[in-house]
Design a protein around this ligand. Sequence first.
Ligand SMILES: [Zn+2]
Length: 280
Amino acid sequence: MKKKETASTIILLSFLLSLQELLHFAFPLPPSHNNQDEEQSATLRPLEQNEEHVDEVHCSRERSRKAWNIIEEHLLPFMEIENYEVSTQCRLHPNNDLFRDQEQHKIHLDINHWQCGYCRKSFRAENFLDKHFDNRHSNLLNVSHGKCLADLCGALHCDLKMDIKSRKSKCKPAAAARNKHLCESLADSCFPINEGPSANRLHELFLHQFCGAHSCTGKQKPFSRGAARQPGIFYMASSILILMLLPIFYVIVYLHRRESRNGIEVLKRISKAGRKSKPL
Ligand SMILES: [Zn+2]
């Protein structure tokens, strides 16, 4: 019985240790402030040298990124199904995103390890890499007119995704009408209805997905046609669950087998004793 308890304790301890490792991997602690300060000071130093570049760009990198994420989540999957590519005239075309090239030169090696794809310098967080791009590689930006994806945020509902507007904030009919107009012009330029059935279907989808919700009636919700699946999150959650349940399953199986083995031995002893006692 003691042996059984010891074995169970060892299995449970190893399970708890592996669980701790797993949780550390899944929910890593944020980097210490000291490290962040080091990174920040490292990235701030060149800022003084290249300040003239920073003032030239009047486009929010963060909002542009959010707009791109929305396109990627709520539009690109449907375009892939239709095998449709927008023309460069469409403002949603990757070439019309000022920051696209820089965003594609972000190398995310680990949860706290980002690398610049141009010069291979490492950073602990994405925002430090953003600052590095602003300071060191802003000369690579094509700052020509009409390439700021953040300007389309009104049409693409960036504020909703960024939780900027509270749900109770009043809807302004003029702003809603402006966003609807921008939204519909995007649908017309990116998916011209005279360009065939695919463009037609995507035009209709775009109106439902983005434009219909630009009204103060609140009848239609944005992204009504859904989004691309995010297998990463579900995969992570199910993996954690399986890894947590697996050791428990093994402990149960081990204990059950021990119990049944003991039971067989007891039965054997009883039957032996029975055979011996028969001649008497
Ligand atoms: Zn760099």
